[in-house]
Design a protein around this ligand. Structure first.
Ligand code: SOE
Length: 403
């Protein structure tokens, strides 16, 4: 019997639009899903590049008229992969039109926008009266090793969490050769490396530990304060951070440190988190994304030490078995395919999907508090406006390839 279709409209087609397009094309090839996911229409402003993107990225149609796309009853899911200042307008319009929404991170420019997005999501209904579902593209949760770390912690293997230390280091703004883009203006991005990269560190900390942030103290720097405009005319005064570091106290008393920068020479996309508990530690380094370093105090002294676990065993690690036999590694793009598969399953089952817009708001409350602290130099209590249960750690569904 043929499956019902889930027709998708994507707005935005640069880096994230390309990564999402790949997920829409691939997901049904590797996951047995209740819907056939169809990359239906790609939306943008300029017809020429849009036509090329539609052909290249595998979209059936293209349109420069978002309002018209939202009116279509053969479009079910809107994917917002545009710059941060358009996340709220696009997502809220799509929810009001009764569409499900997947939005790129960070959810919005600030807490105010995120609260409006959560409110819109809480009341939105599809044309047939069902709740609209929402998700937030924090893709790294869906790396098998990251989900394995979360399940080890949820099962108490690390004991009580005491420390989190995480860095997300890039170097594309090391010098003044990169012209000004939307990522360097607070009106279009909210904050710089902070909202772009610390957002991932905050999300993974919340996901892996199940803890929330109590208070923070931040330090920001903008090393290059002026950048030439892309059109070569004049200079932009950069009003967001190149770098933001912050310390945090988590809700169980654990202490944490976070570093996000776009000025660490030689670091291209160096994302690494270490979590220490009373019974052990994990280290996950995205550059070795299929491996998880694990230490447990219970090991006997003869072989006690950090061990490297290759998280590609379909019987033990989420998602691994959907692709290849044990040990054949996955890449950055699989995190997006895995997340989309979970979203589509949740859409059909009605089960909770995380991270959702409430997670995006919780994340933004930490981002805004640490940015405020960086400006004041004082500790800031995170104004948590929700009581969220920790996301369920993703257990390995006995992964099976479809052939
Ligand atoms: C740019 O820093 C960027 O594309 C981020 O926006 C993404 O979230 C990250 O996954 C890769 O780097």
């Amino acid at each position: 019997m043929s499956k019902p279709v889930l027709n998708v409209a994507l707005v935005g087609y640069s880096f994230m639009g390309r990564a999402h397009s790949n997920a829409y094309r691939q997901v049904n090839h590797y996951f047995d899903l209740p819907f056939r996911v169809v990359p239906k229409v790609i939306v943008g402003r300029s017809e020429g590049p849009l036509k090329v993107a539609a052909e290249l990225l595998g979209w059936e149609e293209y349109s420069t008229d978002m309002a018209a796309v939202l009116k279509r009853d053969d479009v079910h899911l809107i994917d917002v992969a545009t710059p941060n200042d358009s996340h709220a307008p696009h997502s809220i319009a799509a929810l009001k039109a009764g569409k499900h929404v997947l939005c790129e991170k960070p959810l919005g420019l600030n807490v105010k926008e995120c609260k409006a997005m959560v409110a819109a999501a809480d009341k939105a209904k599809t044309a047939d009266g069902k709740p609209c579902r929402v998700g937030l593209w924090h893709n790294y949760r869906r790396a098998p090793a990251a989900s394995t770390a979360a399940s080890l912690i949820a099962d108490g293997k690390l004991g009580e969490i005491r420390h989190v230390r995480a860095v997300y280091l890039q170097d594309w703004l090391l010098d003044d050769s990169c012209p000004a883009t939307w990522r360097m203006m607070s009106k279009t991005c909210g904050s710089g490396a902070h909202g772009d990269l610390n957002a991932h560190l905050i999300d993974l900390t919340r996901f892996m530990t199940g803890l929330e942030f109590d208070s923070v103290v931040g330090l920001e720097q903008t090393f290059i304060k002026k950048r030439k405009n892309a059109d070569g005319k004049g200079m932009l005064d950069v009003d967001v951070d190149d770098t933001l570091l912050f310390l945090a106290k988590l809700t169980n008393g654990a202490v944490a440190s976070f570093e996000a920068t776009r000025a660490a020479a030689g670091r291209k996309n160096h994302y690494c988190i270490e979590i220490n508990g009373t019974k052990g530690s994990i280290v996950w380094n995205f550059e070795r994304m299929n491996e998880l370093e694990v230490y447990t105090v219970e090991d006997e002294p003869r072989h006690k030490g950090f061990r490297t676990v290759m998280c590609m065993d379909g019987s033990a690690h989420p998602y691994a078995g959907n692709y290849w036999p044990d040990g054949h590694v996955l890449g950055y793009e699989h995190c997006f395919i895995n997340m989309l598969a979970d979203f589509v399953k949740a859409l059909a089952s009605g089960d909770e999907f995380r991270p959702n817009f409430a997670d995006g708001l919780a994340n933004q409350e930490v981002l805004d508090a640490s940015l405020a602290s960086a400006k004041s130099g004082k500790w800031v209590t995170v104004a948590r406006s929700q009581k969220l249960k920790p996301a369920k750690a993703l257990k390995a569904v006995a992964g099976k390839s479809l052939l």
